[in-house]
Design a protein around this ligand. Structure first.
Ligand SMILES: Nc1[nH]c(=O)nc2c1ncn2[C@H]1C[C@H](O)[C@@H](COP(=O)(O)OP(=O)(O)OP(=O)(O)O)O1
Length: 148
């Protein structure tokens, strides 16, 4: 499996999302994250990617979910570890990878996000740990999904 991180910070009733400016998922709003590199733990990767992509430093990420993505025709699964923190330091900045923006928790732009996000975001908001297995055909169509 390809190991990836996806991390969110929240403050009061807002969540920080980033518009992905290049690469996989370009043009979609999402949390911050990327590939886990050799020699680092998954939470170290979450912290590194957060800082690389929007400048914020998070010391105490909590694991909140696990998402498995299958793409029809591709034997490699994406294993995405989802993190959350309510505390962070540093200044939020736009980077080459992401344009960050705070959204109200009840007003995230699902129509401009990965189509699976509306399935698991309610669990994230309710602070329920979640596990999902989602099968995509291409980048836009979910052909099967299971969420617990
Ligand atoms: N279906 C999906 N729903 C979702 O909400 N996030 C997803 C997703 N599929 C992938 N992601 C996230 C996980 C990770 O944070 C990010 C993709 O990782 P990367 O940023 O590493 O991709 P890139 O191709 O830009 O990587 P580089 O080649 O290192 O630039 O998208």
């Amino acid at each position: 499996n390809k190991l990836l991180t996806l991390a969110f910070v929240t403050r009061k009733s807002e969540v920080l999302l980033g518009l992905k400016k290049k690469g996989f998922g370009m043009g979609r709003w999402n949390g911050f994250g990327g590939k886990v590199e050799k020699g680092e733990t998954i939470s170290e990767a979450a912290k590194r990617e957060m800082q690389e992509e929007c400048g914020l430093i998070v010391d105490d990420f909590k694991k909140v979910g696990l998402l498995m993505f299958e793409f029809v025709g591709d034997p490699q699964l994406l294993e995405v570890h989802v993190f959350h923190s309510e505390t962070f330091r540093g200044k939020c900045i736009e980077t080459e990878e992401m344009r960050p923006m705070w959204y109200p928790l009840d007003g995230v732009p699902f129509d401009q996000m990965w189509p699976d996000d509306y399935l698991w975001f309610p669990h994230f908001l309710a602070r329920n740990p979640f596990f999902g297995y989602i099968t995509f055909q291409g980048m836009d169509n979910i052909v099967q999904s299971c969420l617990k």
